[in-house]
Ligand binder design. Structure first.
Ligand SMILES: Cc1cc2nc3c(=O)[nH]c(=O)nc-3n(C[C@H](O)[C@H](O)[C@H](O)COP(=O)(O)OP(=O)(O)OC[C@H]3O[C@@H](n4cnc5c(N)ncnc54)[C@H](O)[C@@H]3O)c2cc1C
Length: 272
């Protein structure tokens, strides 16, 4: 049995812990944040290859209860309303599983709870600072002046990984591009009538912004938008009413209900 140190308790770190437990190894996850990230983040679509991976971990059926089925997407031009293309989002597995859209938080909670249930340990408030390799394993140093030793260390610490430059110093750095990702979920009964059915994501190349919206079977509307950063000021720092105003202005010339969708959103949930 190996004693494995995993850095980062996001989707990849927790999945890795589950896989190592399944293979009979000890797994401890070290997370920089002081507490679990329940309720944090936006939403994502888990494609069928992701469900295949979860099946290996014995979690496909549990994950099929999260979110709602979104096997189709369509592309449109916002200025004219012209239909450009339809796609299937990765097809359908033999048991009928399709891509599903879910909050990042509910997928995270499933993986975290199962990892703990199956014997993985998670330690919070442990930001990796340095790694030392010895003849019998590896030692991780954290910013709270503690250390942990194991047979191997796995970097699952995201885009700005601390592990990656330690083990692959010449690996490329993340690049910043001037696009904002923002989105929200409109409660049932508050949004406008939509021109798309549940199960299909409507993606629109608007005159001034790319965006997507879709209804879920309960009548809520899930949406995201990718505007270019404003030429003056950082859009990610706008307060919620100002962000809403700015976004509404970007989409109001399009032949879609997007302006009314943004207007009906209580809180804009992601601004990355
Ligand atoms: C807006 C948006 C929409 C997306 N939509 C989709 C989608 O539809 N479908 C899809 O499959 N993917 C989607 N993605 C991508 C997907 O969300 C990410 O690829 C995935 O969440 C990355 O998970 P991760 O565990 O690798 O990293 P992260 O979630 O970034 O987790 C890394 C963890 O490591 C911790 N950490 C960082 N540094 C340290 C350190 N030094 N020491 C200890 N811990 C550390 C962090 O606090 C964090 O908890 C989307 C991403 C965004 C931003």
């Amino acid at each position: 049995m190996l004693n494995c140190l995993i850095i980062g308790s996001g989707i990849s770190g927790l999945s890795t812990a589950l896989a190592l437990r399944k293979a009979g190894h000890a797994a401890t996850v070290y997370e920089a944040y002081p507490e679990p990230s329940d309720g944090v983040g936006g939403f994502l679509t888990l494609a069928v290859n992701g469900f295949d991976a979860l099946e290996t971990l014995g979690l496909k059926n549990a994950a099929r209860r999260l979110g709602f089925s979104t096997p189709r997407m369509s592309m449109y031009l916002g200025s004219t309303g012209r239909h450009l293309a339809d796609f299937n989002y990765g097809g359908t597995l033999p048991d009928g599983t399709t891509a599903r859209t879910m909050t990042r938080s509910e997928l995270y909670a499933l993986l975290r709870n199962e990892a703990v249930e199956r014997g993985a340990r998670i330690e919070y408030g442990k930001r990796l600072q340095a790694v030392e390799e010895g003849s019998d394993g590896v030692t991780a140093r954290f910013d709270d002046d503690t250390i942990a030793s194991g047979h191997l260390l796995i970097g699952a610490d995201g885009l700005r990984s601390a592990v990656r430059p330690l083990i692959a110093p010449s690996s490329p750095q993340p690049r910043s591009i001037p696009l904002l990702n923002t989105g929200g979920i409109v409660p049932a009964g508050r949004g406008p009538a939509l021109d798309v059915e549940s199960g299909r994501m409507k993606m629109v190349f608007g005159k001034r912004c790319f965006y997507c919206y879709m209804p879920d079977p309960d009548g809520r509307i899930w949406w995201f938008a990718n505007p270019l950063q404003r030429s003056s000021g950082n859009a990610a720092e706008l307060d919620a009413p100002a962000l809403k105003n700015w976004l509404t202005g970007l989409v109001s010339g399009d032949r879609t209900p997007m302006a009314a969708i943004i207007e009906a959103t209580y809180g804009i949930i992601t601004r990355t």
